[in-house]
Design a protein around this ligand. Sequence first.
Ligand code: NAD
Length: 405
Amino acid sequence: MPVQVVTQRSRGFICVNAHPEGCARNVERQVDEAQAALHSPAGATPARLAGIRNALVIGGSTGYGLASRVALGWGYGARTLGVFFERAPEGDRTATAGWYNTVAFHHLAQRDGLQAASLNADAFSDEAKRAAVEILKREMAPVDLVVYSLASPKRTHPRTGVTHNSTLKPIGKAYTNKTIDLATRKVQEITVEPASEQEIADTVAVMGGEDWKFWIDTLLEEGLLAKGARTIAYSYIGPTLTWPIYWDGTIGRAKLDLEKTARELEALLAQRVGGHAWISVNKAIVTQASAAIPVVPLYMSLLFKVMKQEEIDEDAAAQMRRLYLQLQAPGEEMILDGAHRIRLDDREMRADIQAEVAILWPQVTTENLLELSDFAGFDRGFKNLFGFEVEGVDNAKPVETDVRW
Ligand code: NAD
């Protein structure tokens, strides 16, 4: 059993190792907050009494998926099946953060008497869907809620065997703007060349709605969806500042495809089980997926500064508590925008918040980065994702890295 000191090792915008105790502490904090929210007068929803008994969370080991799993588990006492793709520990090599998050999730679920199962597999494959069906049939049927929270750089299509790679590129013409080089911490210009038609199609194949539809079709075929079952997938829109690289870019095309799928699934679920399908447009938060997008980390650093000043900033856990414990609570009517989307990004998109970010944007430089923006918060949040520099955890102490659920 390797007990070792784990020091953060990064490559560009990714961290190649993770700290098991830091990750465990992060999950514990989310659980503590969910419990506190339930017991506060504002959080006194009938969540525990009715609603969601069984939930499938696809992409449930980090970011919005993990936060959804915690909110559903501790908010509703729901049994959850988490599906994700993480690296196990091997010899002296640490596991990925999502692996350690899951170990912590199971530990806390067991402590609190919550039933949970996890499947580490490629969610895009037919094998993973079959394995999930077996677990659901055995342990948690029928399913009341399916959360679709995958963020992946590639997908091997189960029918054609072709592997599609997603890209983060503008469409039509090159895009030049400021960004932070996360390795050098310099604010500099970046030019991203426009995507080819093939790259657009590939990104839609990875991050669009086809796989979500395959999951729901599989669950319907197997008779595994409860009466009134709901499914939710996550999206992002953001301000016009980032549109060339996000909403009007390759990933935006994929999100439009996801919206189209939501409309198809809404009709299908209404007819088959009296259920619903929604897109929830969430706020920008630091995750492994969002840190990889050019320009966005600098935008987030400014956004966090402004939102914290106004005391309206939310992390993934707070967003998912708002979604599941308030908006989705039993008896609540969903409030949707004109395009049938839930808008959890309402605070980020407030006109006064965006006006302030727009004023700061042209001013920010390498020299004044720490003063004008909350890059320090972004940077800490990024390290925290991998269990580093987490409050209350001493990274200099040796830890067991070969841990499993
Ligand atoms: P993340 O990187 O934290 O999580 C991605 C999850 O997908 C992980 O659990 C990972 O294991 C899983 N995964 C990746 N490939 C997989 C595969 N082949 N099979 C099984 N699991 C796989 O990402 P995130 O930022 O939480 O993103 C989740 C969703 O939320 C995405 O749709 C994203 O667009 C959306 N979203 C993110 C933000 C943001 O700011 N981060 C904002 C709004 C919406």
